[in-house]
Design a protein around this ligand. Structure first.
Ligand code: AMP
Length: 379
């Protein structure tokens, strides 16, 4: 089949790298002719709302998907009128707006922190009165990797916080005192088969994912079952087809959902080397309506993101067991350039490999602060 992917970033590239061995070929819609996916398929160059580019993209593809959630819903709906498209516009729309996402979680019985929508600085002040401090102000739409958000610790921070979200419609949410951050990644087929990978434990720096280990040490059976139940409930409620990720805070009082992504996720990159079927391959299988593969882990896994600057490749490749996935991007502060996976028979070896890799990455990037708004990170 010819699989059309809206977006040609590294996620699109890795979808193709997983789908080509199954006999598929890939076409991407992206404004950048040299996007990371250009190495693995044809790129239709155009903006995501450019009707003529969308028409050229859709002519000749058999199925369509997207690789990031800020694609206009109207574009995906127009594509869905021509070819089978997954995930649906409903999944996309729900995840594009932090308020509708949290309301959706609540409707599925998934716990979220107290939150309120704010549209003006006066509404922000009123929300602070009800929810209190500390809290986080985030733009409702178009936020990713901690961009467009900041911590509000006292009434003195309000004006600066409102400026940080550029006065755009926002969400004011209580700061969660978490012991760990985890994500659960699952895939659902058109006939409702759901498979779930081992849970990921994630550490962020300046709001950007820095490392993931899986299975998550902070997760006991009860927490794992709760997270798996939540992702199943969310997928079934949406009639979702493809991969869906939910990020949670682990607290002493149970799980609190932070956000969801209706797509393959950075915290699941380890599945390329550490699972029987990767998140990318299973997403392609779901979109092309083929049976899903096993999500069983091959061992214990870890992933380190390479952001801003590429360390010496020879150093990375010399670490026993290290699997480098380079997206072919030019370096820029805050930009995800590559990731390195390890998969070992036990935690001791995996942790030793991770330490060496993290040192290499830290040494290369120590002088380069991430380019973003006021960091939330693990504040
Ligand atoms: P997000 O863009 O919502 O994924 O936020 C990026 C990161 O900021 C999260 O992974 C957390 O580390 C942190 N963060 C976001 N919202 C909150 C919150 N309400 N309480 C505590 N930390 C948060």
């Amino acid at each position: 089949m010819v699989v059309g992917v809206v977006g040609g970033g590294q996620l699109g590239r890795m979808l193709a790298l997983a789908g080509i061995p199954l006999g598929h070929s890939f076409r991407f819609l992206d404004p950048d002719p040299l996007c990371p996916a250009s190495a693995v398929g044809e790129v239709i160059v155009g903006a995501y709302d450019d009707h003529s580019a969308v028409a050229r993209f859709v002519a000749g593809i058999d199925v369509a998907t997207f690789e990031f959630e800020n694609v206009p819903v109207a574009t995906m709906s127009a594509i869905a009128e021509r070819v089978p498209t997954a995930p649906s516009a409903r999944s996309l729309e729900t995840a594009q707006d932090r308020i509708s996402e949290k309301e959706f979680f609540r409707s599925c019985g998934i716990r979220v922190q107290p939150f309120e929508a704010v549209n003006t600085e006066a509404e922000l002040a009123a929300a602070c009165g009800r929810i209190g401090f500390p809290a986080v102000l985030k733009s409702r739409r178009l936020g990713y990797d901690g961009k467009g958000q900041c911590v509000v610790r006292s009434p003195h921070d309000l004006t600066a916080a409102w400026a940080a979200v550029h006065g755009a419609p926002a969400i004011y949410e209580a700061f969660v005192d978490f012991t760990a951050e985890i994500s659960v990644i699952a895939v659902r087929s058109r006939d409702g088969d759901v498979r779930i990978w081992a849970i990921n434990q994630n550490e962020h720096r300046a709001g950007i994912l820095w490392r993931t280990i899986s299975p998550a040490p902070a997760v006991n059976d009860a927490v794992r079952i709760a997270a798996e139940h939540a992702v199943r409930a969310a997928m079934d409620a949406l009639g979702h087809v493809g991969v869906l990720t939910i990020e949670f805070f682990v607290t002493t009082d149970g799980l609190v959902a932070n956000e969801m992504a209706p797509r393959v996720h950075n915290s699941g990159h380890w599945t390329i080397d550490g699972a029987v079927t990767s998140q990318f391959e299973n997403h392609v299988r779901a979109v092309t309506d083929e049976p899903l593969g096993s999500t069983d882990a091959r061992g214990v896994s870890g992933m380190v993101n390479i952001i801003s600057i590429m360390p010496d490749r020879e150093d990375i490749l010399s670490v026993p067991g290290a699997r480098l996935h380079d997206y072919g991007k030019s370096p820029r502060p805050g930009r995800k350039l590559a990731h390195v996976n390890v998969c070992a028979g036990d935690e001791r070896i995996r942790d030793a490999q991770m330490r060496v890799l993290e040192d290499l990455v830290r040494r290369a990037t120590q002088d380069v602060p991430a380019e973003r708004d006021q960091a939330v990170g693990n504040a």
